[in-house]
Design a protein around this ligand. Structure first.
Ligand code: SF4
Length: 353
């Protein structure tokens, strides 16, 4: 049973989706940075996909060089603020921290990262200036992390860059696909505005590049095209009933919730099919929207789920129940399920043995 009431106001929504990694204050950041051992050949750096010099930026925070810390982070990752909040740090940098070997809580690297970068963004501390024009133009398709990061790099080398995106707001997955309890829309857009101001690329929103003629036109007008099209729609199950009312793809549901918050209505009983991180988010979000019963149904065993353990634990902590070794064979309307006395209203499942 979910502990959350359906949110009716923005304040209700914020309360149900309170941040998992809230910003540290300066005392917390000083204390946490003091714990770091500044390891040589630090395992946390080796575990970071963007290779941020973590001991360096933590030392900079500890010596009150906060903007220096922010620059260290942004030099390796233009999405430094968002990544501090949304990266699965539990299995990356923090999971590799040497403190894990002594049963001591690892350094909160993600929160320290967000602390330093937030300070730079709020203070409008600008670190980068585009190079002089080199006469070349690049079209970037997709304003997600790949497209924006590519644009930043190109601007540092003097390329003119135009970014085309089908959505009304930038940052792709970060804005449209990450659960609201991991990062707020405001945080995402502040970092996007901060980057746009420094690098001076041009963004064209609500512009879909889908036809061959669109690509032909870009090829005529630009020296190169970068494809940064990451976020796809939910895979289809190819079972009867997928087009019934109240059956949604998880990606589409999460996007709807990110944009429309408490205006989205979630029914009392929700079943989520899948065992990946997106399924965990959809289930957690349904519970936080006030659904009374949320079931995660996965076709294989608990151990075979693709989701990170901490994501499943997070879903369980808000009342989500797991159901394993079941495959959906049909999605049925309410009337069908009552007439046929199937075990779950709306779904017919087959047990895996
Ligand atoms: S592994 Fe942990 S203690 Fe060592 S440098 Fe990284 S964060 Fe600091």
């Amino acid at each position: 049973m979910s502990e959350f009431l359906p949110p009716h106001t923005e304040s209700d929504f914020e309360s149900n989706f309170s941040q998992l990694k809230p910003l540290m204050n300066s005392t917390e950041a000083y204390y946490e940075s003091s714990r770091c051992l500044f390891c040589y050949d630090a395992p946390c750096v080796n575990a970071c996909p963007t290779g941020i010099d973590i001991p360096l930026f933590i030392r900079q925070i500890n010596s009150d060089n906060i903007f220096g810390a922010a620059k260290t982070i942004f030099d390796s990752n233009y999405f430094g603020h968002a990544c501090g909040k949304v990266c699965p740090t539990e299995v990356l940098c923090e999971g590799a921290c040497v403190y894990n070997h002594s049963d001591v809580k690892p350094i909160e690297i993600g929160r320290l990262q967000s602390y330093a970068t937030a300070k730079a963004i709020v203070a409008d501390k600008l670190f980068y200036t585009p190079a002089a024009k080199n006469g070349k133009k690049v079209a970037v398709i997709g304003a997600g992390p790949a497209g924006i990061s590519c644009a930043c790099e190109l601007r540092l080398h003097g390329y003119e860059v135009d970014i085309f995106d089908s959505k009304a707001m930038p940052s792709g997955l970060t804005m449209h696909g990450v659960a609201p309890y991991k990062i707020t829309n405001e945080d995402v857009l502040d970092e996007m505005a901060y980057l746009e101001k420094q690098f001076g690329y041009r963004l064209f929103h609500n512009t879909t590049i889908s036809a061959k003629e669109d690509i032909d036109q870009l090829q005529r007008n630009y020296d190169a095209i970068f494809l940064g099209i990451g976020l796809g729609s939910t895979s289809e199950l190819n079972i009867p009933g997928e087009d019934l009312e109240n059956v949604f793809g998880a990606v589409e549901f999460i996007e709807e919730l990110k944009i429309h918050h408490h205006f989205v209505s979630v029914p009392k009983k929700v079943i989520v099919l899948g065992g990946g991180n997106t399924a965990m988010d959809a289930a957690s979000e349904s519970a936080r929207m006030g659904a009374e019963r949320v079931i995660l149904a996965y076709r294989r065993s608990r151990e075979e789920m693709g989701a990170y353990d901490f994501e499943y634990e997070l879903a369980k902590s808000v009342g989500v129940k797991g159901m394993f070794n079941v495959s959906p064979v049909e999605i049925m309307s309410f009337e069908d399920s009552v007439n046929q006395k199937v075990p779950f209203r709306g779904f017919r499942v087959k047990q895996r043995h």
